[in-house]
Design a protein around this ligand. Structure first.
Ligand code: TPP
Ligand code: MG
Length: 545
C-alpha cells in the first residue's frame, strides 16, 4: 500500500471517522476510499476550528484531524493551529510538504520549521517506511500529557511510495499519571484547614472527565467553585456552590469570593495571565494541580503543587479530605450557598434592565437573556466569538451539563466560533450547537456558513450586528471620528440565505424569542440558521477590574 492509503488505514485504526480538509492532499482521496467521511471547508482556518471542536467536546476521545496542501494551504492554516495551541486543544494536522527535492529550498514554506512554536510535536517524514512510526509518535503525543496540536508533514512525492505490508500499526495508548500521595495528603490538610477555600476549575477537568469528583470535593469541603473560560461547564453553574465562570467579564460572586478566599485551589488549570481570565488577588495561599509541569508555578508563585491527571488528583483528594473530615461535611454549605445567592441576586438585579431591555436597537444582553430562556440549556453547546459577544455571553450563560460551553481566549481569533459550532455539531448531531458572534467576526469566516449548509451541519448562528467593531471604540476614538475606522456594514441574514441557509433579521425585542424558535425549527429540519440581531454598540461589561 502507498503512503496515503497507509495514512487512511492508520486513521481508521485510531478511530477517526471524519477527516476535515482542503485540497489538494492525497489523504483526502485515500480517506474517502476507506469510508472515512471527508469534509471540505472554504478555508483552512475554519477546518482547523472544526477539528478543534471535535476534540474539545469529546474530551479528546475523538481527535479532530485536518489535512491540507503544501504551500498556501499550510501557510493559511497557521491561525487555526496557533489558536488550538493557545487554548491547548489536541488535534492532528497532516499537511503535505513540497516534494523532497524542494522542501528545504527557499522560498518554499516548510511546515516542520514554521510550526515549531505552535505545536506539541511536528515531524517531517522523509521515507515511506518511517510513516507508521511518525504517525504513532504523533497520536501518542496528542493522546497523552498536555493536550495540544501535533503535526506530521508529508512531502508530496512520498504519498505514492510503498509502505511494507501488512501495515504494522497499533492505536496509541492513553495513559494517566497520578500525583505524589504525600503531596495529596498535604493539600488535603491545607484544604480542610482553610476557612474560605475557593475551587478554580480549568479545562483539565473536562479532558479527565473529572466532573463528578470535582463536585464531590466541592460538596465535601463546602467550597464555592469558579472555572476558567475554558473550564466553563465543568461544574453545574446552577449548583448552590457555583460562583460562575471567570474571564474578562465575570459574575459578581466570582470577584467577591476570590477576594475573600484564604486558599485558592486550582485544578486542571494553568492560571495563565490573560485578558480572558480572572486575576488572582494577592495574599492568597495558592494550590495548583495541573497535568503539565511547564504550567506549575508559572504566572503565580504557588504554595502547593500537584502534578497529574485531574481525575486521579480529585479522586485522591476526595478520599483524603473525607478521611480528615471523618466522612462528613461540616455544615458550612447552607450559609455559603446563601451568600452566593445573595451576591448573584444583587448582581442580576443590577443587570436586569439590560437583560430585559425593550430598547431598539436591541441590547445584546436582551438577546442573550432571551436565548438562554428559549433553548434547552442542558442539550445545547454554545460558544462565543472574540469581541464584545464573549464578554456579553459568558457571565450570563448558566451551564448545567459538562462540555456544553466552549470557552476560549488564550488567543482570540475573530471568526473562531463558527468552526467551533460546526465541529460540535459534527461530533454531537443531537445537540443544538450555537455560536454567538459580532459583525467583525463574521467578516473573517462567514463564507464557511456555506460549508455548514453543504455538509448538513445545522448550527444556529446568533449574529449581533451593531455595524461596528464596538469593543474598539474606546481605543480608536480619533480614527472613528475622522475616518469612521470602526464602522462596518453588511446584510448578514441575506448572506445566510444566499449561501443556502435560513436567515432572518430581527430588530424588535418581542421578535427575539419567536425568531429563535423558528430558527431552531429550521436546524431540526437540517438547515443551518443565522439570526441577525440589530444591536446597540453596547460597551458596558460585567467586569470588576
Ligand atoms: C484575527 C483577529 N484580529 C483582531 C482581533 C482584535 N479584535 C478583537 S474584537 C475586535 C472587533 C470586534 O467587533 P465585533 O465582532 O463586531 O464585536 P462588537 O465588539 O462590535 O460587538 C477586534 C478587531 C482579533 N480578536 N482577532
Ligand atoms: Mg460589531
Amino acid at each position: 500500500m502507498n503512503v496515503s492509503t497507509a495514512i487512511a488505514e492508520i486513521l481508521k485504526r485510531e478511530g477517526i471517522s471524519f477527516l476535515i480538509g482542503y485540497p489538494v492532499n492525497p489523504i483526502i482521496e485515500a480517506a474517502a476510499e476507506a469510508d472515512i467521511r471527508t469534509i471540505i471547508v472554504r478555508q483552512e482556518r475554519t477546518g482547523l476550528h472544526m477539528a478543534d471542536a471535535v476534540s474539545r467536546v469529546t474530551s479528546g476521545e475523538r481527535i479532530g484531524v485536518f489535512t491540507m496542501q503544501f504551500g498556501p494551504g499550510t501557510e493559511n492554516a497557521f491561525g487555526g493551529v496557533a489558536q488550538a495551541y493557545g487554548d491547548s486543544v489536541p488535534i492532528v494536522v497532516l499537511p503535505a510538504g513540497y516534494p523532497r527535492t524542494l522542501i528545504n529550498v527557499p522560498p518554499n514554506f516548510n511546515a516542520f520549521l514554521n510550526f515549531q512554536h505552535v505545536t506539541k510535536s511536528v515531524e517531517q517524514v522523509v521515507t515511506a517506511q518511517t510513516l507508521p512510526d511518525a504517525m504513532r509518535r504523533a497520536f501518542t503525543q496528542v493522546r497523552n500529557g498536555r493536550p495540544r496540536p501535533v503535526m506530521v508533514e508529508i512531502p508530496l512525492d512520498l504519498f505514492t511510495e510503498e509502505v511494507a505490508e501488512p501495515l504494522v500499526y497499533r492505536p496509541a495508548p492513553c495513559m494517566r499519571s497520578a500525583p505524589d500521595p504525600l503531596a495529596i495528603d498535604e493539600v488535603a490538610r491545607v484544604l480542610v484547614e482553610a476557612k474560605r477555600p475557593v475551587i478554580y476549575a480549568g479545562q483539565g477537568v473536562h479532558y479527565a472527565h473529572a466532573w463528578q469528583p470535582l463536585r464531590e470535593l466541592a460538596e465535601l469541603l463546602e467550597a464555592p467553585v469558579t472555572t476558567s473560560l475554558q473550564g466553563k461547564s465543568a461544574f453545574p453553574e446552577t449548583h448552590p456552590l457555583a460562583l460562575g465562570s471567570g474571564g474578562h467579564a465575570i459574575p459578581r460572586p466570582v470577584q467577591q469570593f476570590l477576594t475573600a478566599a484564604d486558599v485558592i485551589f486550582g485544578i486542571g488549570c494553568s492560571f495563565t495571565t490573560t485578558n480572558y481570565g480572572v486575576r488572582l488577588p494577592a495574599g492568597k495561599v495558592i494550590i495548583q494541580a495541573t497535568l503539565d509541569p511547564a504550567d506549575l508555578n508559572k504566572d503565580y508563585p504557588i504554595d502547593y503543587g500537584l502534578i497529574g491527571d485531574a481525575g486521579l488528583t480529585l479522586t485522591a483528594l476526595v478520599e483524603a479530605v473525607r478521611e480528615r473530615l471523618g466522612g462528613n461535611p461540616r455544615g458550612r454549605s447552607e450559609s455559603i450557598a446563601q451568600a452566593i445567592r445573595a451576591s448573584k441576586d444583587q448582581w442580576l438585579t443590577e443587570w436586569m434592565p439590560r437583560l430585559t431591555s425593550n430598547e431598539m436597537p436591541l441590547s445584546p444582553y436582551r438577546v442573550i437573556w432571551d436565548l438562554l430562556h428559549a433553548v434547552d440549556v442542558a442539550t445545547t453547546i454554545i460558544t462565543h466569538d472574540a469581541g464584545s459577544p464573549r464578554d456579553q455571553l459568558s457571565p450570563f450563560w448558566q451551564t448545567r451539563e459538562p462540555l456544553t460551553y466552549i470557552g476560549w481566549g488564550k488567543t482570540t481569533q475573530l471568526g473562531y466560533s463558527l468552526g467551533l459550532a460546526m465541529g460540535a455539531k459534527l461530533a454531537h448531531p443531537d445537540k443544538l450547537c450555537i455560536n454567538v458572534w459580532g459583525d467583525a467576526a463574521i467578516g473573517f469566516t462567514g463564507m464557511d456558513f456555506e460549508t455548514a449548509v453543504r455538509e448538513r451541519l445545522p448550527i444556529l448562528s446568533i449574529l449581533l450586528n451593531n455595524s461596528s467593531m464596538a469593543i474598539e471604540l474606546p481605543v480608536m476614538k480619533v480614527a472613528t471620528e475622522k475616518y469612521r475606522s470602526t464602522d462596518i456594514s453588511g446584510q448578514y441574514a441575506d448572506l445566510a440565505r444566499a449561501l443556502g441557509g435560513y436567515g432572518e433579521r430581527v430588530s424588535e425585542p418581542d421578535q427575539i424569542i419567536p425568531a429563535i424558535t423558528r430558527a431552531i425549527q429550521r436546524t431540526q429540519e437540517g438547515t443551518p440558521a443565522l439570526l441577525e440581531f440589530i444591536t446597540q454598540k453596547e460597551l458596558t461589561v460585567s467586569t470588576f477590574r
